[in-house]
Design a binder for this molecule. Structure first.
Ligand SMILES: *[C@@H]1O[C@H](CO)[C@@H](O)[C@H](O)[C@H]1NC(C)=O
Ligand SMILES: *[C@@H]1O[C@H](CO)[C@@H](O)[C@H](O)[C@H]1NC(C)=O
Ligand SMILES: *[C@@H]1O[C@H](CO)[C@@H](O)[C@H](O)[C@H]1NC(C)=O
Length: 635
């Protein structure tokens, strides 16, 4: 038995040895290298054409005096999409026969490795078209006007889940209303099992893509550039690591829910009803939250920065400059006048919509920006993230095509997160003359941590659950007959969330963020990673800059502003310069000294909140945790 198993590699070894006797190794790989380089050179010049199209789109959108040429831009965008697909699809085919192990140049090997395997783009043209079509339908579940909450569409016509219903919910104090909206949307999208069967079709295509990569476990393709056996287990370990903190926050929120929504039946088992949990999450940026912050009383409320922001920063252009200056202070690239004159443009007011996301365009040797014209605290922080993206692009573009990306999805967003966190600290706001004091009172500080905690700690398990559900279905660990109850099983286990009423396996209750995350561009995996790794990076930059001194109350992690730190800047630059030329663990090690995801950054950041929650819950005689009530029936 052993012998026959060993026999096969032994045979291959013999053959290779023979091969080497005839042709000297260096000679032999030189041939391969040359052929490979030729393939990649041709691909690079085709990619330049795509970048040229991107440049054209940017120029069309920002042409002076003309209103944006809607039709032309749309055509150009479709052309970019189609040509990118064709290029990557063909290239993967050509590279899949290159023997990577025979290449001496490690960078060349890395390029082949990165581009020989694909996700949806690895599908044949017909399947790929279907995948895009399914993604459009899935997008429509979230943003299409599909729901008439009271069975009556006469007043306003049907509503979309996002942004219409989400915005409506944000202002409603009636639990009944939340419940009706929760149910109506699910009923609307899953009439005749449409949502479920769309999802099943889409998963089928993901599985096909995995077979082309030779992945027996389809999730290997979903997690392609994480390049890790059983990556799901690493994500789960992080969720358990932060669970003690999550449970305290969950228990405290459950108590607060009774004050805000007395009619929401928080069952005796201690889990929180799903529409209420959605509401808690949707209110993270809402100024008049229904859920109380720990310290009441006017003097403990967070100082409003809005008016000062308008007085001090005046225009979005000035905010952009301030954000760019953050990176200059770290010793990164100084943005040129050429950038501001030619490649930084304001969006039209009506264009941004409710999200108003700034857009970054990549067409080496240039990077361009279209920014949102709004001016508020959230935008101020976000533009710091956008500037991080621009810096990253400017470093990456020096690498050969194929390595000029982040090493894994979410990596760039994690770096951006660190600057967003730093830019929102009282210390940084004081530097910008928006706050007069560089620290808040203890009570204010706790209120701030509490709001950030809700924003981060409640969202992370939800990213994880949505990701795990998809991957478990994909790999066949969840059968089609058990989708819905399996989903509620995950909600119960990892989040303490339960359905608002008795549900069945014939329902399909996934939330709108799940659908959004089916697009690899906006996957829940990526969001999860960006948060977790973001806090890990933040901790490292803060330690490097001396702005976080563990144990010193004057330098807590949550008020760390690493502005001007050349030490932090050096780490950031080194990571950015590497692009995808190394495994993401090698790159993260530069900043963190660690090679694994961990919840440590989050735990240290929220440490004062954790302490307070534990004490407060004890005072209130609230016991953290929950026991499952069986609210999903397997029929
Ligand atoms: C390969 O090796 C042979 C014999 O040593 C030599 O004549 C030839 O020029 C080499 N070719 C390359 C491409 O290096
Ligand atoms: C792939 O190889 C074929 C055949 O040699 C060639 O025609 C095509 O241009 C190549 N495409 C890419 C993107 O490498
Ligand atoms: C700044 O805040 C700290 C802590 O609350 C306080 O001790 C100090 O007096 C404040 N300084 C000013 C100038 O208000």
């Amino acid at each position: 038995m052993r012998l026959s198993l060993l026999g096969i590699p032994f045979l291959i070894l013999l053959v290779t040895l023979n091969f080497r006797v005839c042709y000297s190794r260096s000679n032999h790989s030189a041939g391969y290298e040359q052929a490979t380089k030729q393939i990649l050179d041709r691909a690079t010049s085709r990619m330049r054409n795509v970048w040229g199209l991107n440049r054209k789109i940017f120029l069309q959108l920002t042409a002076k005096g003309k209103s944006p040429l809607g039709g032309q831009v749309l055509n150009a965008k479709q052309e970019v999409e189609a040509e990118t697909y064709r290029l990557f699809y063909e290239l993967a085919g050509n590279l899949s026969v290159v023997p990577v192990a025979e290449l001496n140049d490690p960078l060349l090997g890395r390029r082949v490795q990165r581009m020989a395997k694909l996700q949806l783009q690895g599908l044949r043209p017909k399947d790929y078209e279907q995948a895009k079509d399914l993604l459009r339908q899935i997008h429509n579940f979230v943003s299409g006007p599909l729901v008439c909450p009271h069975e009556d569409c006469s007043a306003h016509g049907p509503l979309s889940m996002y942004p219409k219903i989400v915005n409506k919910n944000m202002h409603t104090k009636l639990y009944e209303e939340l419940l009706i909206n929760w149910k109506s949307w699910r009923r609307a999208i899953n009439e005749k099992d449409v949502a479920k069967s769309t999802f099943i079709d889409y998963v089928r295509l993901l599985r096909i893509a995995a077979t082309y990569n030779g992945h027996v476990t389809p999730s290997r393709t979903w997690y392609l550039n994480y390049d890790t056996e059983n990556f799901q287990a690493e994500l789960e370990a992080v969720v358990w690591e932060i669970m003690p903190l999550y449970r305290e926050l969950h228990a405290y929120l459950r108590h607060e829910v009774q004050a805000a929504y007395p009619k929401a039946d928080t069952k005796s088992d201690g889990a929180i009803s799903a529409p209420i949990m959605d509401q808690i999450l949707s209110q993270d940026w809402y100024p008049h939250q229904f859920f109380r912050t720990p310290h009441q009383g006017r003097e403990h409320q967070l100082p409003s920065v809005h008016r000062r922001l308008e007085e001090v920063l005046v225009t979005p252009v000035k905010i952009n400059r301030k954000a760019a200056e953050f990176f200059e202070s770290l010793g990164l690239i100084v943005m040129s006048d050429n950038f501001y004159d030619r490649f930084s443009r304001r969006m039209n007011d009506e264009e941004g919509g409710s999200e108003c996301k700034s857009q970054v365009y990549y067409f080496p040797p240039d990077v361009a920006l279209r920014y949102c014209p709004k001016l508020d605290y959230k935008k101020m922080m976000q533009i710091h993230g956008t500037m991080a993206d621009i810096q990253y692009n400017m470093y990456k573009m020096r690498l050969p095509f194929g390595l000029d990306t982040e090493p894994c999805p979410g990596f760039g967003a994690a770096i951006a997160e660190t600057v967003i966190l730093a830019s929102g600290t009282p210390r940084h706001l004081q530097r910008l003359h928006i706050l007069l004091n560089d620290s808040l009172t203890e009570e204010q500080s706790l209120n701030r941590l509490f709001r950030m905690g809700v924003h981060t700690l409640i969202a992370v398990p939800q990213y994880f659950i949505n990701d795990k559900f998809l991957v478990d279905v994909m790999d066949g660990r969840i059968g089609v007959k058990d989708y819905n109850c399996a989903y509620w099983g995950l909600q119960d286990k990892f989040a303490g969330v339960q359905p608002p009423t008795q549900r069945h396996n014939r329902d399909f209750d996934l939330d709108f963020k799940f659908y959004r995350g089916l697009n690899p561009e906006t996957s829940n995996t990526k969001k999860f990673l960006a948060e977790i790794l973001g806090f890990q990076f933040y901790r490292s930059f803060c330690l490097a800059s001396g702005q976080y001194k563990p144990g010193d109350p004057n330098f807590p992690l949550h008020n760390c502003d690493f502005y001007e730190s050349k030490e932090a800047g050096k780490k950031m630059r080194e990571m950015m310069q590497l692009g995808a030329s190394r495994h993401w663990r090698d790159v993260m090690e530069i900043a963190t000294g660690e090679r694994k995801l961990s919840g440590r950054g989050i735990l240290e950041y929220f440490a004062p909140l954790f302490t307070w929650l534990k004490e407060r819950n004890k005072q209130l005689d609230i016991e953290p945790g929950w026991d499952a009530d069986e609210l999903c029936r397997r029929d």
